[in-house]
Design a protein around this ligand. Structure first.
Ligand code: UDP
Length: 435
C-alpha cells in the first residue's frame, strides 16, 4: 500500500488530542456545554493519576483519553506509573486475582516486597497535587508516605463481587486512608469507612480502537495479520488472562463449528503489569490451527478492524470489573456474547442488545444462532450501539470525574452527589450514609 492509500484508508496515526467540542456529534450540545461549565471552576487545578502501566489493559486506555481531555479542559492533569521489578508485579497480580476471588498464599515476604517497592516509588514521586487519583491495588500504599494536603481517591477497576478476605483485610488500612473510593458498580460496595462512589468506565469514540475505519482500512489490517475472511469471524479481544476464559472461548468455538463454518480469532496483548500473560498465551498455542487464529500483538487498529468485521464478538469472562471491550464492540454494532458476570451485565441486556452466557455450551449455542441469523445480528447490534451512545460514552465518565473533583469540602470530605441516569450511580456511602 502506498502512503497516500494508507492515509486514505485512515491508517496513519491521527492525533489523539480532541477538544471537548469534538464530542458534540456523539453527546449533543447540551452535554458538552454542561461539561464545559463544570470544568470552568476547576481550571488550573493540578491533579494526578497514578496506575501501574502505560500499555495494555483497560485502565491505560481510560487514562490515555482522560488525561488528554482534562488537560484540554484546562485542568492540569498528570499521569505517572509505578516502577517495580518483575517480582513486584507478580505479587500484585496475585493480589489482583485474590481481589477477584482467587486463593492466595499471603506471606509476609509478599507484603514486604509490595510495601517496600511502593515506599521507593513514594520517595521518587513528589505528590503535592490538588487531587490525587490512585488506580487499582498496585500503587495503593502510596498514600501512607505523604502528609495529605488534598483529597486522595482510590479508583479500583476490579470485579469485587467476592474478594478474598485475606487480601482485602490486609489492604483495608491503606484504603481507609483515602477520602473516597470509586468502584465500577454498586455491587462491588464494601464494608469500609471511606465513602464509596460508583461510576462505570466508558469508551472514547476517537481512540484508535474505536474511531471510524473505512472498509479498505479494515481489509488492510486483517490482511496484514493473515486473517482469513472467507468464513464468518468469531472474535475475542482480551489480555491473555485466565479471567477472560480464552480456553472456554476455544471450546465454545470448536463446538459451534460442528454446526456452522466459521473462523475464530483470539487477539490479545500482554500488559506490562501482568506477568501471567505470556504463560497464558503459550498455554493456548497448542489449539492454533487453520481456523483458530491466536495472535499476541498490541495493535489498536487491529482490535478496531476485528470488532467491526466480526460476525460474533465474544467476551466470555468469568470475572470482569467492567469490560471495555464489550462497549467497544457494541459501539461498532457488533452482536456480542458476554459472560454473565461483573460489569458485562450492565452493558448487555440478554436478548435485547446482545446475549449473556454462563457456560461453554450456552456460548456455543448463541454463536450458532447468531451465525444463522443475520437479521438478529443486525437487530442486536443496532440496540447495542444505542446502549453505548446513551450510557457508555466517554463524555458521561468525564462529567462524573468533574462532579467528583468538584465535590470535596475544604476538609476533604466528600459531599453528597447526584445520581446519574446510567453508567453507575454516584452516591457516597460509608457508615451513616448507607441506603
Ligand atoms: N486491548 C487492546 N489490544 C488487545 C487486547 C485489548 O488494545 O490485544 C484493549 C481493549 O480494546 C480495551 C482494553 O485493552 O480497550 C481492555 O480493557 P478491558 O476493560 O476490556 O479489560 P482489562 O484488560 O482492563 O481487564
Amino acid at each position: 500500500m502506498h502512503k497516500s492509500d494508507r492515509e486514505h484508508a485512515g491508517l496513519i496515526r491521527m492525533s489523539a488530542i480532541h477538544g471537548i467540542r469534538a464530542y458534540e456529534r456523539y453527546a449533543g450540545k447540551e452535554t458538552i456545554r454542561r461539561i464545559e461549565a463544570k470544568a470552568r471552576p476547576l481550571r488550573d487545578m493540578h491533579i494526578l493519576h497514578m496506575n501501574s502501566t502505560y500499555y495494555g489493559g483497560g485502565v491505560s486506555q481510560l487514562l490515555s483519553s482522560l488525561t488528554l481531555l482534562l488537560n484540554s479542559l484546562g485542568i492540569q492533569t498528570g499521569w505517572r506509573v509505578v516502577h517495580g521489578p518483575p517480582d513486584f508485579f507478580s505479587v500484585t497480580k496475585k493480589f489482583h486475582n485474590a481481589l477477584q476471588g482467587a486463593e492466595i498464599n499471603l506471606t509476609g515476604r509478599k507484603q514486604e516486597l509490595y510495601e517496600e517497592v511502593i515506599r521507593e516509588n513514594a520517595m521518587r514521586n513528589h505528590l503535592n497535587h490538588d487531587m490525587v487519583f490512585i488506580h487499582d491495588p498496585q500503587p495503593l500504599p502510596m498514600i501512607a508516605h505523604y502528609r495529605k494536603k488534598s483529597p486522595w481517591i482510590w479508583r479500583c477497576h476490579i470485579d469485587l463481587t467476592a474478594p478474598n478476605p485475606k487480601v482485602w483485610n490486609y489492604l483495608v488500612p491503606f484504603i481507609e486512608k483515602y477520602d473516597a473510593v470509586v468502584l465500577s458498580s454498586r455491587e462491588y460496595r464494601q464494608n469500609i469507612r471511606t465513602p464509596q462512589v460508583f461510576s462505570m468506565p466508558a469508551i472514547d469514540p476517537f481512540s484508535i480502537v474505536n474511531r471510524e475505519l473505512s472498509e479498505s482500512a479494515i481489509d488492510e489490517r486483517l490482511a496484514h495479520y493473515g486473517i482469513p475472511t472467507d468464513l464468518p469471524l468469531v472474535v475475542q479481544v482480551s489480555r491473555f488472562d485466565r479471567w477472560k476464559d480464552p480456553l472456554g472461548v476455544i471450546r465454545a468455538f470448536e463446538k459451534a463449528r460442528r454446526e456452522e463454518e466459521c473462523t475464530l480469532v483470539l487477539v490479545g496483548n500482554v500488559a506490562t503489569d501482568d506477568p501471567e500473560g505470556a504463560e497464558v498465551y503459550r498455554s493456548l498455542l497448542a489449539h492454533r490451527g487453520e481456523r483458530v487464529i491466536i495472535q499476541s500483538v498490541q495493535d489498536g487498529a487491529l482490535v478496531n478492524a476485528l470488532q467491526r468485521r466480526a460476525a460474533v464478538v465474544l467476551q466470555k469472562s468469568i470475572r470482569e470489573g467492567f469490560g471495555l471491550t464489550v462497549s467497544e464492540a457494541m459501539w461498532k454494532g457488533a452482536a456480542v456474547i458476554g459472560g454473565n458476570v461483573g460489569g458485562i451485565r450492565y452493558q448487555i441486556r440478554d436478548g435485547e442488545n446482545g446475549f449473556l452466557v454462563s457456560s461453554v455450551d450456552e456460548a456455543a449455542a448463541r454463536i450458532v444462532q447468531l451465525l444463522r441469523d443475520p437479521d438478529l445480528r443486525a437487530r442486536l447490534g443496532h440496540a447495542a450501539h444505542e446502549t453505548v451512545r446513551e450510557c457508555f460514552l466517554f463524555t458521561r465518565s468525564v462529567e462524573q470525574y468533574l462532579d467528583l473533583i468538584g465535590s470535596f469540602e475544604p476538609d476533604f470530605r466528600l459531599r453528597e452527589m447526584k445520581e446519574p441516569s446510567c453508567g453507575g450511580s454516584a452516591n457516597p456511602g460509608g457508615p451513616g450514609r448507607e441506603p
